[in-house]
Design a protein around this ligand. Structure first.
Ligand code: HEM
Length: 356
């Protein structure tokens, strides 16, 4: 964190994070390389078929052929966690997550990545991972996030509030995930009318989801080539919230419900996609908002948060990036020498009229 960072009061978390994380992985640090290859099933931990209660007394008992037979019956091996998650997806029937058309993770790396993220988000707890995956599949079937990328949102409500930028290593195109960084930018300081932007919660969430799906297109998990593990996952993005020019000191109910709902929807449906999150141009006087917001976010996600009072220091945060000169390539107002977000970034589709 830079010197200009606002020192917030630590607060215990209450609900799930927007994008939960793998606790053992220090984000944005060098991580060991895992070669792409077929997914190896975890060693069989326990057979599904366990002897019936009291079986011990009879198994192998002389003159009990049925018991002897039972003893010889091969145990049914428990499926590896990823295979179990794949079965959940098959049973559910919804065919895609984050632009990845799901296929057998044994041979399809993009699906392995998606499913492993659900496992990682739940610290390997397969029951919780299955539940979260099911809820995501149901949510995607209902919300159709890929359709939202094609939807036009009203300029007057959303123009200039959200961008996606991608930075790849210069020179030869590299397929290494470490040679690409994707940023989503939320310029909430640019909101002209709180009521216009946040007043219709469903519409705001749709726009926010469209922005996230644009970022996922840039991350391009569908063409990913490296399997991930609990410790290694380079397929994550940076997020920036810019609160420049915020002129309202109290959070309105519309902002509270929009941010609360976004945090909930994202925690459920976009796990393990956040590398680091920067809150820039946070006026010192707004430190209390940070403390308040953290009440809704899991402690392990808060570790990835960096509040900064001066947005111009953002570029300094990327000096050790794998991508040379990443900080310099950011827009000037964030301390770089690059063009502004309007020129370089992608926005959800906007239209002059009401949304269509
Ligand atoms: C009144 C102006 C503000 C607006 C309109 C606003 C808007 C939002 C929204 C819509 C979210 C949902 C998450 C997302 O979109 O990614 C959010 C989350 C958040 N905001 Fe703000 N916010 C405001 C002020 C602040 C300030 C001053 C801070 C202090 C740093 C802050 C800190 C946070 C935090 C910590 C989260 C949780 C982020 C997460 O879970 O990823 N907000 N805000």
């Amino acid at each position: 964190m830079s010197d200009a960072a606002v020192k917030p009061t630590p607060v215990e978390s209450a609900i799930a994070p927007e994008v939960s994380e793998t606790p053992k992985v220090p984000a944005a640090e060098t991580v060991p390389v895992v070669e792409a290859g077929p997914i190896v099933a975890e060693p069989v931990s326990a057979p599904i078929a366990t002897p019936a209660a009291g079986a011990e007394e009879v198994v192998g008992a002389p003159g009990n052929p049925a018991a002897a037979e039972e003893e010889k019956a091969p145990a049914v091996p428990e499926l590896a966690p990823i295979a179990q998650l794949w079965n959940v997806a098959l049973e559910n029937g919804h065919p895609e997550i984050w632009g990845v058309t799901l296929a057998d993770p044994e041979t399809h790396i993009p699906t392995q990545i998606v499913l492993q993220k659900y496992l990682n988000a739940n610290d390997g707890d397969i029951v919780k991972a299955k539940d979260q995956l099911t809820k995501t599949l149901e949510w995607r079937a209902k919300t159709k996030p890929l359709e939202l990328i094609k939807k036009a949102f009203a300029k007057v409500k959303f123009e200039g509030l959200g961008f996606v930028t991608t930075y790849a290593g210069e020179g030869e195109a590299s397929a290494e995930p470490e040679d690409k960084e994707v940023f989503t930018w939320n310029i909430y300081g640019g909101v002209k009318s709180i009521e216009e932007t946040f007043g219709n919660l469903e519409e705001f969430i749709e726009w926010r989801v469209a922005l996230m799906e644009l970022a996922l297109q840039e991350l391009s998990l569908s063409t990913a080539t490296k399997a991930i593990t609990a410790e290694y996952d380079p397929y994550k993005m940076f997020q920036v919230h810019d609160y420049k020019s915020i002129s309202f000191l109290r959070q309105s109910p519309a902002v509270k419900s929009a941010s609360g709902e976004t945090i909930k929807v994202f925690a459920q449906n976009y796990p393990e996609l956040l590398k680091e999150k920067f809150f820039v141009n946070v006026p010192a006087i707004m430190g209390f908002v940070y403390s308040f917001m953290k009440l809704f976010v899991a402690a392990k996600t808060i570790k990835k948060f960096h509040p900064m009072s001066n947005g111009g220091n953002l570029a300094l945060e990327f000096t050790d990036s794998n991508i040379k000169g990443l900080g310099e390539r950011l827009p000037v107002e964030y301390g770089g020498k690059g063009g502004d977000l309007k020129a370089l970034g992608k926005e959800p589709i906007l239209s002059d009229g009401q949304e269509q």
